[in-house]
Design a binder for this molecule. Structure first.
Ligand SMILES: [Mg+2]
Ligand SMILES: [Zn+2]
Length: 212
């Protein structure tokens, strides 16, 4: 195994690269399950191009508990991922790798037995980041985790990465989440272009923030 000399930007999928989809059956926003539901969010292609241009691997890490719950099959998930990759490619962008967690602790009371479990990979756990680091020789301490959820921040921090929460919500609105264990990001960005600028600017401001 070669030394961990690569840097990565780990990126959440749903709500960060692609839009969430309204599920009328359950009255909630959920992951796209069909290819025709896949919409790339503004700035996503530029972000992937940007981080790769800075020399980072772009690694998508996504929880897909629908697999465990039985609401999404692995072939359906693969098709959605392929469609997202295709739309990004049309905009001249790509990721280097994508890892998903198919598990859920209780499967919502049913589900597919082989995937219903407490696992190490479901964010906020850092297992997918560790797996990608192994696979690609990534130095996690020189890497970033970017996503729209506190569990993204938690997974990133637990893996030793710097973290950016992408949200337009006011800090006051999300304060109780930021106060969760490992829930405080190094930076909050309103959108992906702003997140890219934070990464481009490098370590200084992030270290200052963490020091507070
Ligand atoms: Mg998300
Ligand atoms: Zn898992």
């Amino acid at each position: 195994m070669s030394s961990a000399d690569k840097r990565a930007v780990f990126i959440d999928r749903d709500g960060t690269l692609n839009a969430m989809v309204y599920d009328p059956d359950h009255g909630v926003m959920d992951s796209p399950r069909r290819v025709e539901q896949v919409r790339v969010l503004p700035g996503a292609a530029d972000f992937l191009r940007g981080v790769r241009g800075l020399g980072y691997l772009a690694v998508v890490v996504t929880n897909q508990p629908g697999i465990a719950k039985g609401s999404l099959s692995v072939p359906e998930l693969d098709a959605v991922n392929r469609r997202l990759a295709e739309l990004l490619a049309e905009a001249g962008a790509r990721w280097d790798d994508l890892l998903y967690c198919p598990h859920h602790p209780d499967g919502d009371g049913g589900g597919v037995a082989e995937y219903v479990m407490e696992c190490e990979c479901r964010k906020p756990q850092p297992g997918m980041l560790y797996a990608a680091a192994q696979r690609h020789g990534i130095d996690l301490g020189r890497s970033w985790m970017v996503g729209d959820g506190i569990t993204d921040v938690q997974a990133g921090r637990r893996a030793g990465c710097r973290t950016i929460l992408v949200t337009r919500l006011k800090v006051g609105t999300i304060q109780k989440f930021l106060e969760l264990e490992d829930g405080e990001p190094d930076a909050i960005a309103p959108d992906l272009p702003a997140a890219l600028e934070i990464i481009r600017a490098g370590d200084g401001s992030a270290d200052e923030r963490r020091g507070t």
